[in-house]
Ligand binder design. Structure first.
Ligand code: BGC
Length: 735
């Protein structure tokens, strides 16, 4: 939904806004406050006309000319609006609210996902830090910037689990794993809420599993898989206080989620206990016609409301049709009232009403730009994943007398802010060219050739000059970037190789015979099988944001050591997708022989597994011990391991714990992440890392989605990736 974003204008300088006191994060009301809110809502609903009730469910996008929308707000026919990204415009609508009969405050929402002004790395990079606290800080900073223009809700976090890098939206999420995804989901919700925005956890559910990796395509997901794999991040968001959830565009098992009462009402609202509001995605109610489940907009409105969609984002279906549907007896007023109650509950919880228990919401004070930049730099530094480093090629040391930087991406200041607002002056962004040049020692020679005519290497500028430059160097740093137009919404790919002519350039550089450090800017796992064979080092930099290229130079020169780990598997071939570390065992485990699981033309294993990532030092694991190797269904178990920095410089390691249940009523994954901790160790130092697992952490879901804790034997693996080989075992006993 980009069109409306182009309409944004900013006439207000952030710095000129008055600072206000911080009430956030606003805790969810409990007990008496909750009862007080429900009583106020009942009284308010009692005063509302049918038209005003339906108005509370109407959530259009800001449009020009705006007079009709101002009039609609005055009549109580619009309760929320998206893309009003300007304080003056927000005030116009707030005045219209004051002129309305019941003066019900509005929700103003935008997609402040990883950028408002300063662009952060894309969220998959946040997950690559394996440091949820950093994601919380990032979300808080983005929210604090965004809240200054009167917006009070963000369409974030995007928490769809995906094992399919063909799908362009993997860059917005937390990767392939439910446990890691849930940790980041909760952290992001906490951060945005702390920063003064309500959140919309999206997209419920299965949007990350489209068949063929094609955006908007349907997914086939069993109940057990739904609860094991896709729901945990939503449960985490609900537990962290998300006020709203956005329903996804896709079908699940043939029924569009927007019209899916079993998923929205029975699972999300009833089983998961979500009592906030559920919004449709952009124009998704109207698109029920395209799905072939509604003949016209009126039927689409009726089906969506009945499914449990409280907010109609942009379809105008509720606005145009629900009144007639009620009058014709096709929609009970009780269904409308239930949706209105949820909307008003969220508005109360957000503190939008004057008489909110606990006082009215204030905008949090703005953060100064330097501190937002610092957080953006911290996230970028911690997110880079060094997946290969033969011969300790990185960091660039004094032994590399001449360093050749190749690639036009080194001149790019594109911060890839997907929904970055137009109108605000683009923040100063250092290029990799400048940042690296400034960090080399005075004795070192810096050479540069752009090679390509554009940052994404779609065509050559001068290939032979780049080769010549490389010949003169001791070390080649080759930066490639995934074509900037091919990640994000509606950007699925079948080919995950290097974009444009970047692969051809790499072939030519490889022939030079000098060590190559390949830096990859990308929004998704790429297929780097051939590329990685031709280079000594590969550093995955994601799309690193406004501070990203400076952070990149710090890491390349060793000022800061990489510590990121992959939140998604990097496959060897597109044909392996979907590919994940936590697959189920098969009847014929792979041995490499024919008639065992795998491919005749490719290994079944990934190129770089989930959780993988190197440092400039090395770590060894020993002494894995399980406290008391038996636990009951309500028990806990302590696991500890010693981690030693065996290299010569300090570094950070993400210690990961995986389990496998060996025998159960249904096949259980070969490994499942159940814990992680990021630690910092000086050279030669050892640390004992402890984990506590509850038996309930080891539950899985049956065919009805009910959790099962099944007695039996478990293997436990601890190490620095999902391929960890240090192993122990324990058992859950019946009593
Ligand atoms: C996207 C949502 C986004 C919405 C509003 C849709 O196209 O799927 O993630 O929040 O537009 O911009």
């Amino acid at each position: 939904m980009r069109i409306c974003i182009l309409l944004f204008t900013f006439v207000v300088s952030l710095a000129s806004l008055p600072a206000q006191s911080t009430p956030s994060p606003r805790p969810l009301p409990t007990g008496a406050a909750e009862a007080e809110i429900e009583a106020k809502i009942s009284a308010l609903i009692g005063k509302m006309t049918l038209e005003e009730k339906i108005g509370q469910l109407n959530f259009p996008s800001y449009a020009f000319p705006r007079e009709p929308q101002i009039e609609a707000v005055t009549k109580g026919r619009i309760g929320a609006m998206l893309n009003v990204a300007n304080l003056d415009h927000v005030r116009v609508f707030e005045e219209a609210v004051q002129a309305s009969r019941l003066k019900i405050p509005m929700i103003f929402a935008i997609d402040a996902i990883y950028a408002f002004h300063i662009a952060f790395p894309v969220p998959i990079a946040w997950a690559a830090t394996w440091e949820p606290e950093l994601a919380e800080r990032a979300a808080e900073a983005i929210a604090r910037e965004t809240a200054q223009i009167g917006v009070n809700l963000t369409f974030a976090p995007m928490i769809d689990i995906s094992r399919d890098p063909r799908w362009g939206r993997v860059m917005e999420g937390g990767g392939e794993d439910a446990y890691l995804g849930a940790a980041f989901s909760a952290a992001r919700v906490r951060g945005y809420r702390k920063g003064g925005l309500a959140t919309s956890a999206k997209h419920f559910v299965g949007y990350g599993a489209p068949e063929g990796g094609r955006d908007y395509n349907g997914a086939q997901i069993s109940m057990s898989e739904l609860f094991d794999r896709y729901i945990p991040p939503f449960q985490a968001a609900i537990d962290a206080g998300t006020e709203t959830v956005m329903a996804s565009f896709n079908t699940v098992n043939g029924v569009p989620v927007t019209a899916n009462r079993p998923l929205i009402t029975d699972v999300l609202k009833t089983r998961l206990g979500f009592d906030g509001l559920v919004m449709s995605d952009f124009a998704a109610i109207m698109e029920l016609k395209n799905h072939g489940v509604a003949g016209d907009l009126a039927q689409a409105a009726e089906k969506a409301l009945h499914a449990g969609i409280d907010y109609d984002m942009e379809s105008k279906a509720y606005d145009q049709h629900l009144e007639d549907s009620v009058k014709a007896g096709r929609v009970p007023v009780a269904e409308i009232d239930a949706a209105v109650r949820r909307v008003l509950r969220v508005k109360y919880r957000m503190g939008l009403f004057e008489d909110t228990p606990g006082g009215q919401r204030k905008r949090p004070p703005p953060l100064d730009e330097a501190s937002v930049r610092k957080t953006a730099r911290d996230v970028a530094r911690e997110s880079f994943v060094l997946v290969k480093n033969n011969g300790a090629t990185l960091p660039i040391g004094p032994q590399s007398g001449t360093v050749a930087l190749i690639g036009a991406a080194a001149l790019s200041v594109n911060d890839h802010s997907w929904y970055g607002p137009a109108g605000l002056e683009k923040p100063r962004t250092e290029t990799l060219h400048d940042a690296l040049k400034a960090r080399l020692e005075s004795k070192q020679t810096f050479l540069f050739a752009p090679a390509f005519a554009d940052a994404c290497g779609l065509s050559f500028e001068d290939k032979s000059k780049a080769v010549e430059t490389a010949r003169a160097a001791d070390l080649i740093v080759f930066i490639v970037s995934e074509d900037c137009a091919v990640s994000g919404e509606g950007a699925s790919r079948v080919d995950l190789g290097l974009s444009g002519v970047q692969g051809e350039m790499l072939d030519a550089l490889a022939e030079v015979g000098k060590p190559i450090a390949l830096v990859v800017e990308t929004g998704r796992p790429l297929v780097l099988t051939d590329a990685s064979e031709k280079v000594a080092s590969v550093l995955i930099a994601w799309h690193p944001g406004t501070e990203g290229r400076t952070a990149l130079a710090e890491v390349l020169t060793g000022e800061f050591a990489p510590s990121g780990k992959l939140p998604m598997t990097f496959p060897r071939s597109v044909g392996q997708i979907p590919l994940s570390y936590n697959e189920l065992p098969t009847s014929r485990p792979s041995t490499g022989d024919r008639y065992t699981t795998g491919y005749v033309d490719e290994k079944p294993t990934p190129l770089y597994p989930f959780g993988h990532g190197l440092s400039y030092t090395s770590f060894s694991y020993s002494g894995l011990a399980v406290g008391k190797p038996l636990l009951t269904r309500d028990g806990t178990i302590d696991i500890r391991v010693d981690v030693t920095n065996t290299g010569s410089r300090s570094g950070q390691e993400v210690v990961q714990l995986y389990t496998r249940q060996l025998v159960a009523a249904r096949s259980r994954p070969l490994r499942e992440l159940k814990g992680f901790q990021k630690i910092k160790l000086a050279p030669g130092k050892k640390k004992t890392v402890r984990f506590t697992l509850k038996a309930s952490d080891l539950a899985y879901h049956d065919d009805t989605g009910e959790p099962v804790i099944e007695p039996g034997k478990f293997d436990v693996f601890v190490g620095g990736s999902s391929a960890a080989d240090l192993k122990s075992e324990f058992r859950i006993v019946a009593e």
